[in-house]
Design a protein around this ligand. Structure first.
Ligand SMILES: [Zn+2]
Length: 319
């Protein structure tokens, strides 16, 4: 079973944990380590013979186009992580559409290949953003991996489906939530900091669980997580510092083990293998006022049709 391996490409200072103590205006003055750290990630993947998807900020692509070319040249997929890590639920629908366009343009300019995948910063598509998937469908994204189906203090949508589903019933867009383990009926997050801080056996368990259900796992981590020498942000809250800086030195070795224990690949390839997902539903006839409908996805805000809900989404998923 081909599982999705992904890297959220951002600088050490572009994480949600530091947003209250590091202003965006100061980003250009801080030490850039993304090229060096992502280079190490590329070496890890090359040694393991694994290709992956790099969900990259447009902000990073604009400043490091050579890095984007290097990722593409090594056979990996470039996908969007938005422009500058603004979480989706803090944007209006129009702002979200503009953020997507700006990021995609920077990534495609740098990489020279089309971008068809998206991951929301901090998994910020949830019950507050019922319009987000519709916009991704309208902008012709093939897939999104923007939901953490678990409850967490900073993010998460506990009621969301655990497995791949079509979030807009008339569109081809597929949402592949990040993998969580299920232990005694409770969901446990596994990627990123959870992989770094908790035993790797927990992630192995999650991968085995979802593969047993015929589903691909979706794993993620960040380049800064393998960088023990990154600058320290002294005035961040203690809890944020504990999470951000713990076990950075052990991460590369832990990843090497994980890469060897399961089958991993690019997310677009793992999504293409989801051939058993039911096709999008046929759109009903012309709308009530006779005006033509947009190509991708109904506009639930202005129609009498059903709003997508977690319950609806679950129907469309294949468990
Ligand atoms: Zn991120």
């Amino acid at each position: 079973m081909l599982n999705g391996m992904s890297v959220d490409v951002e600088e050490w200072f572009q994480v949600g944990a530091f947003e209250r103590v590091i202003a965006k205006d100061d980003w250009n003055d801080l030490e850039s380590r993304v090229e060096r750290n992502t280079g190490e990630v590329l070496d890890l993947f090359a040694a393991a013979g694994v290709t992956a998807t790099f969900f990259t900020l447009g902000w990073v692509a604009e400043r490091h186009p050579a890095l984007i070319r290097r990722i593409v040249g090594a056979g990996h997929e470039i996908a969007s992580h938005g422009w500058d890590h603004r979480r989706v639920f803090t944007m209006t629908p129009a702002e979200f559409r503009a953020d997507l366009a700006r990021s995609r343009a920077a990534l495609e300019d740098a990489g020279g290949v089309p971008v068809t995948g998206y991951r929301a910063p901090s998994f910020s598509i949830d019950a507050r953003t019922p319009w987000a998937h519709e916009i991704l469908a309208e902008e012709s994204y093939a897939y999104s991996s923007s939901i953490a189906p678990v409850r967490h203090d900073h993010y998460g949508w506990r009621e969301a489906p655990r497995y791949a589903f079509r979030p807009v019933v008339y569109a081809h867009l597929i949402e592949v939530p990040v993998t969580v383990a299920e232990i005694a009926g409770r969901r446990q997050a596994t990627g990123g900091g959870f992989f770094r801080l908790l035993p790797a056996a927990l992630t192995d368990l999650a991968v085995h669980q979802v593969n047993r259900d015929g589903q691909p796992a979706m794993f993620y981590f960040h380049p800064w997580e393998i960088d023990p020498d990154q600058p320290r942000v002294a005035n961040a809250p203690l809890r944020s510092r504990m999470r951000h800086y713990s076990r950075l030195g052990a991460m590369a070795g832990k990843l090497r083990g994980l890469l060897g224990r399961h089958e991993w690949g690019r997310v677009d390839e793992a999504v293409a293998a989801l051939a058993h997902l039911p096709p999008p539903r046929q759109r009903p006839g012309p709308s009530h006022d006779g005006s033509p409908e947009p190509d991708a996805g109904p506009d639930y805000r202005n129609s009498a049709g059903p709003r997508p809900s977690p319950g609806k989404a679950r129907e469309a998923s294949v468990a």
